[in-house]
Design a protein around this ligand. Sequence first.
Ligand SMILES: Cc1cc2ncn([C@H]3O[C@H](COP(=O)(O)O)[C@@H](O)[C@H]3O)c2cc1C
Ligand SMILES: O=C(O)c1cccnc1
Length: 347
Amino acid sequence: MEWLNTPARAPNTATTEAARLRQSQLTKPPGALGELEAVAIRLAGLQGREQPAVDKVHISVFAADHGVAEEGVSAFPQAVTAQMVHNFLNGGAAINVLAQTLGATLEIIDVGIKTPLTHPKLISQRAGNGTANSTLSPAMSDTQLNLALQAGADAAERAYATRAELFIGGEMGIANTTAATAIYCTLLKVAIPEATGAGTGLDQVGIAHKVSVIQRIIKQHRHHLDKPLEVLRHLGGFEIAALTGAYVRAAQLGLPILIDGFISTAAALIATKLQPGVAHWLFLSHASAEPGHVFAMAELKQRPLLDLNLRLGEGSGAAIAVPLLRLACALHNQMATFDEAAVAGKL
Ligand SMILES: Cc1cc2ncn([C@H]3O[C@H](COP(=O)(O)O)[C@@H](O)[C@H]3O)c2cc1C
Ligand SMILES: O=C(O)c1cccnc1
């Protein structure tokens, strides 16, 4: 786990400045393309080239089960985690359609669903048979945490080895909005009822029960929540740990990251606590419908690219934002400058 102590790569200031200069010369009023200009400039700095691109996109979806599901915190049964893994492998889930449409590479990694399954397309790098129920004991052991972090780092390495230009992490794990909410409340000191939402579709009674379960979880571990990795280990889950490892490693390798929704952002919070430089490499794809997400976006000091009331996960919201990044690059790379087009500049 030596790699966890390595800082993220620093963005290239020369290509950032070259891209900024180019933006100022394109045939439009300065700043008129708003956030898309900033995105292209940031990507240029991260990719170390004046003309950035996100044509080659790698998506890793991490699946795992949560012991806390037995507390009745999800609108769906725990069996859905494994059933959705089958669906991913058969190409029928939202993320399959999005990856196919984008021409992105999609891999599914079992980091600890309850019952292992074998399939030629499934990567099995399991940290356990689901986490322990975090209302009663730490979600995972040190060994399990390290295995899950490593599974994520390995996915980032595979993305890097195939010369991907953008890394997207997705997750599948029934009850993982409970683990993610507990992480938000611990790291951001947000009141539990303010951050707790419907997840897969709980009603008001269900949400009130979920709040009480998260209160029990945080009370149970309150003396062990002072370090980011201990927060992750006590609250779970394996897929959130894998995403954390993936984000840290991608940032070390110099691979830009597009974050998905509520659960992925919990991993991003931990990753930036472990290595603050990871923040340079993160793009926020969308504002999740989960009420707690706003607090994390504020902490990460970023505006999301989209706000579409998405609450799916799987990496889907990030995939949906890829065309926007591609358009930001196309505009940056292909528009004519004032000189080239013989258009008069600003008075
Ligand atoms: C069919 C189905 C497909 C999904 N794909 C992602 N999630 C999402 O919902 C789960 C989190 O919500 P909660 O904490 O309420 O269980 C995660 O698996 C997340 O990826 C799904 C959920 C379901 C039911
Ligand atoms: O925003 C998300 O990632 C999310 C929200 C609810 C359920 N699953 C995922």
